[in-house]
Design a binder for this molecule. Sequence first.
Ligand SMILES: [Zn+2]
Length: 224
Amino acid sequence: MINVIILGPPGAGKGTQARLIQEKFGYVQISTGDLIRQEIASGSELGKHLQPIVNAGGYLDDKIMLELLENKLKTVRTGAILDGLPRTENQANALYEMLKNNHQQVDLVIELKVDKDILAKRIAGRFSCANCGAIYNEYFNPLASEGKCDHCQGTEFTRRKDDALEVVYKRLDIYYEKTQPLLSYYEKNGQLSQVDGMQSVDDVASQIEVLIKKYLKKPQVCVN
Ligand SMILES: [Zn+2]
């Protein structure tokens, strides 16, 4: 059993990479959102308790999240890829304790390093043709002629409202402010590996693959 944590700001491609690791190694991708959705769908008492909190857009406390994670991990045999948890140093400490109680540990922490300006423009610049769905980016892949889709000549475009440049920057700033102590924590423990997240999806995936294979080759330390 191996536990891999994947860290990176929103839009860095964590979910995509987690899915690719899942396909390649047969590990199970575990995101906090999925954990909550599954618990609610199961109709359990806990799920019934969580539903109104989630519906109201509230956050679940660390203890509940860890409990959900612990239950999920008990069903996993090969490996787990944690996407979106832990988020803070406190959660990392709690995760450490929980895994230790289950004779497990965090094996690998992979940070997708990004260039904040490029990432912000990748997210904020994207829009698509309302008619044919062609995807553009005002900074990196603009329309050939103003206001007209290259493919279908459509003139209507859709754009996500919460993706305005300043909103995206703000989201990234909040992420780094919150996550920096977590990165330092894993770096201090010698567990942090960094991958350049600005490369193509395939290149990022193959570097992550190398890190996992290297880790698997290391003589395993038994935790108990
Ligand atoms: Zn079009």
